[in-house]
Design a protein around this ligand. Structure first.
Ligand SMILES: NC(=O)c1ccc[n+]([C@@H]2O[C@H](COP(=O)([O-])OP(=O)(O)OC[C@H]3O[C@@H](n4cnc5c(N)ncnc54)[C@H](OP(=O)(O)O)[C@@H]3O)[C@@H](O)[C@H]2O)c1
Length: 259
């Protein structure tokens, strides 16, 4: 049995964080590096990785950026190849590329539906297939963390296609957990409640924000660092050794609220 101090130690592990150039997964990437993992931040915009790479460098952590558009299968293939060449292996995969939309239901076009499904669901499907094949072949304990959403578990108003895509992510996660348990591949969904970035808060709809807060027993939004505990638990093959196929919700009680 590991002592408490080693339960969350990720030294020697390699973590690929898709969406690592963004607010939540960038912070999760920093947390994984702080726990000792070598972290590869993945996104389309290198400039958004700079501050995260610098933060990791500042505490002596190891990280690098790989540019990929996960709506293109070939770019996920190339990502795996690059990671194996440079880091030699992968132990942790975070699927966090996300694209939201508040288009009213009757106005969602085929193009928008395709794009939202592609980034929010099909990218997860593709990355699970491509990295999953590697994990199955190598038979080492590993962890896949798929970023779900409150909207994927219950009908949150105004985000129809996004919600449907996230519901598909939740379902795929459980299915793969069942399929791959025999290979020591744990697959879980991390479900954040409402975590607006500073930028989104400024641009956002104030009435909706107040409605969300009224529905959140802790009466506030989450901050990215509050996903760290759940992230490390799911990532660690020690702390999370018997956790697979589940949803870890970090939402200030939003999903427990009825009246
Ligand atoms: N914030 C919340 O309240 C909340 C709540 C529930 C769930 N989530 C989920 O948590 C995840 C992170 O959300 P966030 O709020 O941190 O969003 P964010 O800051 O906008 O980050 C989104 C990330 O997705 C990447 N991305 C988008 N399209 C991509 C593509 N085609 N290829 C590669 N990367 C792509 C972006 O990278 P580039 O721009 O560099 O391509 C960025 O790193 C998402 O899956 C989101 O749905 C968020």
């Amino acid at each position: 049995m590991d002592t408490n101090s080693t339960l969350f130690d990720l030294s020697g592990q390699v973590a690929v964080v898709i969406g690592g150039t963004g607010n939540l997964c960038g912070t999760m990437g920093i947390a994984l590096a702080r726990a000792g993992a070598e972290v590869i931040l993945v996104g389309r915009n290198p400039e958004n990785a700079i501050d995260k790479l610098a933060a990791i460098d500042a505490f002596g952590g190891k990280s690098w950026f790989h540019k990929a558009d996960v709506s293109k299968r070939q770019e996920i293939d190339d990502l795996l190849t690059a990671v194996l060449l440079r880091s030699g292996k992968v132990d942790i995969l975070v699927n966090g590329a996300g694209l939201g939309s508040a288009t009213p239901f009757l106005e969602i076009t085929e193009e928008e539906l395709t794009s939202l499904m592609d980034v929010n669901f099909k990218s997860v499907f593709r990355a699970c297939q491509i990295f999953g094949q590697f994990f199955v072949d190598h038979h080492e304990p590993c962890s896949i963390i798929n970023m779900g959403s409150m909207a994927g578990t219950m009908p949150v108003s105004g985000v129809f296609a996004y919600a449907a895509a996230k519901a598909a992510v939740h379902n795929l996660t459980k299915n793969l957990a069942r399929e791959w348990a025999e290979y020591d591949i744990r697959v879980n969904t991390l479900v954040p409640g409402f975590f607006p970035s500073a930028e989104a808060s400024q641009k956002g709809d104030e009435t909706r924000a107040l409605e969300i807060l009224r529905h959140t027993p802790m009466s506030r939004f989450g901050t990215a660092g509050e996903l760290t505990g759940a992230t490390l638990m799911l990532a660690s093959n020690k702390a999370g050794s018997f956790i697979t196929g589940t949803e870890i919700t970090v939402d200030g009680g939003f999903s427990a609220m009825t009246i």
